[in-house]
Write a protein that binds this ligand. Sequence first.
Ligand code: PEP
Ligand code: MG
Length: 575
Amino acid sequence: MAEAVVTGAQGTRTAGTQRAPATGTLRGLGVSPGRAAGRVCRMAGPPRLPDPLPVADAAREAALAVRALEEVAADLAARAGRTSDAEAGAILEAQSFMAADSGLRETVEENVAAGMDAGHAVDAACDHHRRALLEAGGYFAERAADLDDIRNRAVAAVLGLPVPGIPDPGHPFVLVAEDLAPADTVNLDPATVLALVTEKGGPTSHTAILARSRGLPAVVACRGALEIGEGIWVSVDGTAGEVGTGLGEQDAEEILRRAADERSRLAASAGPGRTADGHGVELLLNIGSAADLGAGVDAEGVGLFRTEFLFLGRKDAPGFEEQVAAYEAVLRAVPGGKVVVRTLDAGTDKPLPFLELPEEPNPALGVRGLRVGRVRQDVLDVQLDAIAEAARASGVRPWVMAPMVTTVGEAADFAARARARGITRVGAMIEVPAAALRAGHLLRELDFLSIGTNDLSQYAFAADRQHGELADLLDPWQAGLLRLVAECARAGRAAGKPVGVCGEAAADPLLATVLTGLGVTSLSMSAPSLAPVRERLARTSLARCEANARIALDADDPAVAREAVAEETAAEHAA
Ligand code: PEP
Ligand code: MG
């Protein structure tokens, strides 16, 4: 739920009427699992501009503003160079390009020419470009926060104020902010920052992505969070999306102690995915490149290799050789394991300029994923060639699937193209309800299916997956979504072919028991979620998983489903 609800001794009420209670719970979206507790430290707000100043020397003023943007761009690039986190580095580099953008600089110069001082010229220029991003929607709209951060840094530089960023109170703390920019999150030191709570942000915001990659519990879209007083003790549950107030230092210590116990219990869990009575469910990793595999693979393989990261932010498509090298690196990094390569998933939230796709009024319903082949089949064919060559060179046979498959005809065409290149295991992502309803027919053409619950929710519930306010519709515990999963699993069983889940739903340990009960054969997730899911499954019997699936399919409300499944599962664990 995105809406903040306060539960305290007096029951439940919507935040906004009474916020940040002395004792109670604020609710947001849990986007990075784990529990923590500590004192709140709020991030300093953006620098405030003084009243406009008269401009005596426009050239000097313009130079001051442009220099501030250049300093910000250079600082962001330097941070990108210093971080060892490849994903964070790429995000910072993209933000540095934004700060150095000639269009932004020109707008600043025009503003100064129109009579504004340097600070106001930067502020107004950023606001202008920000509105353009918001109007573009989707992926672009989420980048508006990056531009806000550039504005704050550049205005601070113009005014000679310190760079806004992470506070340093001298003790571990729970960081509370309106939203976090990539530059902030890169500097987070997990030894001092215990958890993240933001008022804004959605499941795909930078706060969410980077918190997950650092294993920090995080709650976003938590209304009322900014009204929690500085230095107040809070607990953060990044799985349930809850922020508890009104606790004391001893309660916090107890929560941290339990969280540490839980971490060591999780660290001790190893081996393949199994229920308590030995029913196997493959546990796999979601990755964007070989770098995500780090030192080793604590999983049975890779369930989703999102190849589009190789294509993002580029003016030209990566060439055949470059693609072969990238795919081969991943295939070689998972010796003996399974690797599911997803072909290019472009469009909407993942725009690729070199495809030169025409503007669409409703891009989420437009030329996305496999549909790119309708206008640029050459790009997808080169990619299949490169995957086939990487397989030959590494001696590893990949599983290859296409995103956004909708009809049996599309599946048959993709399978024919892949098989013609010697690829033997060909599948499809199930992200469109029409495909889920025809899963059995798709499996006549394909060897496996992988359910992308992020997009399947978006399309089944007609709710933009990046829309924080609609997060309740996108809750993967919604019975409507689970019915579609059940239909795919049933078709897989009938065909004797694997059907996995690789959307975020697979990363919720309790929901993993439901998905297992529905009959999915694998669960694929980002690395920090593996141990909690493995450990939960290992304590739960297949019969309990199946009963959990029935509860979730019958529930009219996702929160009720979650609570009932949690209770019944805890009862089995206690028995
Ligand atoms: C999904 O849609 O669930 C999925 C895994 O694909 P992506 O998040 O990359 O769109
Ligand atoms: Mg998807």
